[in-house]
Write a protein of this length. Sequence first.
Length: 116
Amino acid sequence: MICTRSRAVLTAEQQEQFKPVAIELKAGECSFHHPLMVHGSYENRSDRPRRGAVINVFRDGVCSAANEPLLEGVPPIPAGEKMAGQFFPLLFDAVLTAIRKGFRPEAPLERHIYRK
């Protein structure tokens, strides 16, 4: 069975080919998937609440495409401005990592980033 939201984005052919696969997670486990992947969960049959967290990650340098807030309670980032700040932190800084590993300007940056 395909949920209503999935029907809105899948073509009739995609709906026909759609074969959901259940993945049971144990307590404390998580799943990672592409944001355009159709995903969902069955009803919670326990007497405890289901907890969830969403982390959206994108490359450094991505700019906002809208003037509206992306999430409720998050200040908007004007269209064309780089996504940054408290709600969009930089998770990996290649230059800082290279400097910490002894980067020298005459050596290729990639050699220092991926050096073990």
